[in-house]
Design a protein around this ligand. Sequence first.
Ligand code: NAD
Length: 515
Amino acid sequence: MAVTTVPPSGPTPPTPPRADTLKSTAPATGEVLGEVPVCSAAEVTAAVARARAAAAAWSALSYREREGELVRWRQAVAEAADELADLIHRENGKPRLDALVEVFMALSHLDHAAHRAARALRPEKVSAGLMANFRATVSYHPLGVVGVIGPWNYPIFTPMGSIAYALAAGNAVVFKPSELTPLVGVKLVELAARALSIPDVLQVVTGAGPTGAALCKAGVDKLAFTGSTATGKKVMAACAETLTPVLMELGGKDPMIVAEDADVDAAAEAAVFGALTNTGQACISIERIYVAEPLYDRFVDRVVNEVSKVKVGGDDGHLGAMTSAQQVAIVKDHLEDAVRRGARALTGGPDAITGNFIQPTVLVDVTDDMKVVQEETFGPVIPIMKVASTEEAVRRANETTFGLGSAVFGKQARAVADRIRAGMTSVNSVLAYSAITSLPFGGVGESGFGRIHGDQGIREFARTKATAEQVFSLPVNMLSFRQPRNAADRVRGMIKQLYGSGAVARAKDLLGKLR
Ligand code: NAD
């Protein structure tokens, strides 16, 4: 899809103006950055049809050839890193450094997916068990066309987790970026179009919810959705009509546990970064902190001290503008609800909001009935709660319908991590799993299902095929109606022999004799 206006830094293709467009504005300044088409259902369907033709050619390439193609795209993105980061900074509102880090992380996943696909998808020979005369193989094949719907908070990093892995697995992709960050999506796809030798392997369709809804119904072979839980449910319902499989990367309410033997300074520094990076607009933001009673006062002091050094806005700011006024309103509502129910804001607070800029808030005296504990806040808010034991911390951390990321600090943190019902946990750190390309990323419960990143993230975009190949015939063929008269007796004997009460002892006896 061509854009009618592109950001000032890029060339402007000569496309005729169209009535149905949407403007992209900078959240920090309100400046209009560009305009993109609102793609109709017919245009989305046409894009999927083009993708299907591209998928045939793309899937016919060898892994090595696709790896070469994707490395060319990676190089193009790396060369355009500053331009892309500048666009992310202006369109999303995050600081330039954060935008550049986002490009860097997206590149690490593109690189990983490109190099790893052949290994992750190589056919596996598995035991044929009882069917000893068969060779059993599991193999992986491209799905065809994958639809990717993305959010605005990490407009390159997040969709890349689906796009790169789906392409590496041999699929073509139609990408619908968020209506708040469409120019970044268009730029990413322009770079791919120049780098990849097969046209339409990666296309972009721009627009808001209805364009995304059209993609769900356009006959894609899988729909990878990243966004809010509420929209995820709509996407799943739409895809259910055609039994289109879905990958759901949804919201979170990530807990952090600080056990009584934790390093308080390290935990406080990490908590502030984990809660505030990207102005708290990360699906894996730390949104609730449970601190062991003996450490509580020191931890709160350290967090407040750390937050006092965080600068909001300006060229050297740690935090940029919130991406939308709508998100600012949600954060304000959560803060007002907390204060009304008795929480104290040690920094920031509901009045420390100017336009799309929010001063970070440390909240204490927080109770479980507050919105800041129950719902995804997606803003620069740090609710801290005191707990009597690690037991209580684990119980309260798990009292949520979400289950995306989490963090645990303490000497026994590794064991505690296993008891948190979430897709991911960082031990004595925060958010680290998202930057480790070999680790699968995804959630449970209302945080979604399916995985991006890692080998599982590649297989997520492949169809699993089981093949049973007969390599020699046995005197008794169970896959035939021609059976001896005593067939039932033989089967009965085998059942007892293999699975009856003495089966384990007999198997051991047999093994012993063989040794
Ligand atoms: P959103 O649900 O409002 O929108 C996400 C995308 O869905 C957008 O592109 C939007 O246009 C599209 N959309 C809206 N209605 C649709 C419909 N009916 N059918 C199809 N598509 C539709 O989410 P958002 O506000 O853009 O993103 C923030 C949310 O995303 C947060 O909840 C955050 O936690 C979540 N998120 C999750 C992950 C993850 O990996 N789990 C990563 C980043 C963000």
